[in-house]
Design a protein around this ligand. Sequence first.
Ligand SMILES: [Zn+2]
Length: 311
Amino acid sequence: MEVQKSKEFEISNYVKNASKLYEKVTNIDLGEELPKIQVLSTSQIDENRAGFQRDNEIAISKKLNEYGRKFVEGVTCHEFFHWAIWKSNLENKFDGEGLTKLSLERNYRFALPLKALLIEEALGEKINSIEEGTAEFFAATLISKNEKEIPINIFYTYFYENPSTSYQLSLNSISYLRLKTAIKEVYTTYQKFDESLEEVEAQIQELADKYYKLFPNSEALHGIGRVTVLFAYEIYKKENKNAEELLRDLISSPWEAVEKVVIEIKEDEDKKILKNAISDFEEGFEEHLRGKKENKKELNEVEEFKNRGRD
Ligand SMILES: [Zn+2]
């Protein structure tokens, strides 16, 4: 019971920090109105689910504790973000409210068809790719000690805090390779994006299929959202803007940000955006593969010793 209490205390602190960041970027003070937090055991929450938000409630799986503090904090902040935009009536921005008007005014070419394809509704559940990507970016901003860590922390659910076992280490290196491929695939798709809705539809479908092949049990739309936001971050960095400025823009006009990502990538002739995204991602991931190198060194030493013994 004591452990449970301290966990809840920790989680309510994550929520308070998340609320402060939310206020800072939106000027919306949610004040005392924080969500109700529940830590659920595996019998109460779908095994494959880390957490969810439903109306005024955030639920987090108890199982997350096994994955480390960063994981618990990340999922809490992610779910908080869904709650906060629901609470402040900003969900409709992500759903594309006002986008048609904006598209005409600013002559958008990609935001509208992308919106149609990156929001999916099935069995009463909606997946909004860009809302998910923004939620991960919001969480990444909170769990990162500095801006440098943000690109890797957008993908925090793919690796554990302490790669202490060889199982975790190999899992980390598999995720590393798959995510790198995913980043390249999203980039290539946006770069060859066509203006006709039919073409765009085929291209996004092809991308989603590739994504499912890379991550068979996950949501392709979540993934495309995360990578899109990573590219937005790289573009902002190039313009000397920080993570909070990007968050502000993503929340106030998410599809405008997506339009910008596609246009910038199409004009990115020397693939600078892709190169920067990959190198930021790799740099952040190094820490999670470090153990592997050390292990390898140890193994090499053992091998060397064995060889010496044979002499
Ligand atoms: Zn979510």
